[in-house]
Design a binder for this molecule. Structure first.
Ligand SMILES: Cc1ncc(COP(=O)(O)O)c(C=O)c1O
Length: 487
């Protein structure tokens, strides 16, 4: 039995600002039919009424009705008007009810395990101390970047794929080869450089290429959580190796697993404790890797920011046996959403790596690479790094100075003067997690150091970002932190 639907009964959702009228009306009518608000046999309002009610032309309504008819949602007969087809008996289960979801989604959802490091990982909305994910984006010369982007947008063919053989936009690879040679002492030419979206993608691609299921790989303990995630995804057996004041203890690694396939290191600025790997340890790890035939992945994510002394050159610069793969990122140096980084590969690994990478995303976005290239070549990158080095040094100095004032007896900020964030050690008897939770309760973002440990016991400390926060925010944040820690 058919029933009549008046135009007043049919409530349609408002149109999105950039949505075409026809698409909107078509989408709304389809959903009304599919989810049963317009039942089989019911009559749609006349095209004239519809047009008047929604302030659209009758032609648009007629077009949409014709499309719905062609697709079988409605039928149209003279004298009966436009009606929802009798054959439509769709009951679409509610997407919000997990019991109604297809079993493949339920299987995926129950198999997916959130990396442990992110459990209870609170991220506040808006910038507040002591978030550590961003550099000082407000200081970024966005007009210059925008101008270069607009120029490349207009010169469409200049950055098309011809310039990219899978390793990345070749003028950018040249610029990076020069930059890492000059500022990090890396030995390479542009042919060894491959552009990726950042350190995380580099680790993921490299480990899936270099490691077979169950292969043992050393990693720093405490260390970069993203490295553990990539190792687990590659099926590696993680061998946590303790770090001390000189960086990773190579002798401990040799005791634990002399035949490991490789090691992941942050020698320039250890994550999360901040020290630089000593020359003695660098030589030891190179000797071990060379005799074990192992790889060393050198993650150089923010090593250019060393404030009290000159940055120490890359481990790769000391390597004579192609053991070191050097990985760097612009995401921490420019802005996090950029997603551009690079790998410097031993020459003999380049073709294999490029073939392997082609199986995932072929190559990184060309336009962004062209913009970054000009940003470097025209000198803006160097200028920005120098400005940021001064700014971050002064923000860290404020943090250390105000830390003495507010946090005496509660939290001791590390003496390492480098990077975008700093470790700080608790003196009030709290564990890392207790301190993090107390800070979170006061709206202050910190990271418990024990999130980054594997076997090692809780270092009882917090990681505090300073690069993105001005002096006032740092002082206020430290005041709040002191209250949270019982001051
Ligand atoms: C040690 C370390 N390596 C790598 C990364 C991530 O680099 P990217 O953003 O280039 O993937 C981070 C980010 O916090 C990091 O701390």
């Amino acid at each position: 039995v058919s029933k009549t639907v008046s135009s007043f009964e049919l409530v349609l959702k408002g149109r999105q600002p950039h949505q075409a009228l026809t698409n909107w009306l078509y989408g709304e009518l389809c959903s009304a039919i599919v989810d049963g608000r317009l039942s089989a046999g019911s009559r749609l309002p006349g095209s004239r009424d519809f047009a008047a009610q929604y302030g659209i032309s009758r032609g648009t309504v007629v077009n949409v009705f014709e499309r719905l008819q062609a697709e079988g949602y409605v039928s149209c007969r003279v004298g009966r008007g436009t009606r929802v087809s009798e054959g439509i008996r769709l009951t679409v289960p509610s997407a919000t009810n997990p019991l109604c979801q297809p079993s493949y989604i339920r299987r995926a959802a129950s198999a997916y395990k959130r990396p442990e490091v992110f459990v209870d990982w609170v991220v506040f909305k808006g910038r507040r101390p002591f978030q550590m994910s961003d550099p000082a984006v407000r200081e970024f010369p966005s007009r210059i970047w925008g101008g270069i982007a607009a120029r490349h947008g207009r010169r469409f063919p200049s950055w098309l794929r011809e310039e990219d053989d899978g390793r990345g936009y070749s003028p950018l690879r040249n610029a990076i080869a020069q930059y890492v040679a000059l500022s990090r002492g890396v030995k390479c030419d542009a042919d060894q450089v491959v552009i990726v979206s950042g350190v995380q993608q580099a680790l993921d691609l490299l480990l899936r290429l270099l490691v077979k299921k169950g292969d043992p790989v050393w990693t720093e303990d405490p260390g970069y959580f993203g490295a553990c995630i990539a190792l687990r995804n590659a099926g590696a057996k993680i061998i946590p190796v303790p770090v001390d004041g000189q960086g990773l203890s190579v002798s401990a690694g040799i005791k634990l697993c002399p035949k490991a396939s490789g090691v992941l290191l942050t020698p320039g600025h250890q994550f999360p404790l901040g020290m630089t790997m000593s020359l003695e340890r660098r030589i030891e790890v190179l000797q071990w890797a060379s005799s074990a035939g192992a790889f060393i992945i050198e993650d150089d994510y923010d090593s250019v920011y060393r404030f009290a002394e000159q940055p120490v050159g890359a481990l790769q610069g000391l390597d004579r046996n192609s053991n070191v793969i050097f990985v760097g990122s612009f995401n921490k140096l420019l802005f996090s959403s950029l997603r551009l980084g690079y790998i410097v590969l031993p020459p003999a690994l380049v073709d294999v790596f490029v073939g392997h990478r082609r199986q995932t995303d072929f190559h990184t976005l060309s336009l962004d690479q062209a913009v970054l290239c000009d940003f470097i070549v025209e000198g803006h990158f160097g200028r920005h790094l120098r400005r940021m080095r001064d700014l971050y040094a002064s923000r860290l100095a404020v943090m250390i100075d105000a830390g003495h004032h507010y946090l005496k007896g509660l939290l001791q900020i590390s003496g390492v003067q480098a990077g975008l964030y700093t470790a700080a050690f608790l003196q009030n008897g709290m564990t890392s997690r207790e301190a993090e939770a107390a800070a979170t309760a006061r709206g202050i973002e910190t990271r418990a150091l024990d999130r980054f440990t594997l076997r090692r016991k809780d270092p009882k400390g917090l990681l505090l970002g300073f690069a993105a926060h001005d002096e006032k925010a740092i002082r206020q944040g430290l005041g709040g932190l002191a209250a949270a820690l019982g001051g």
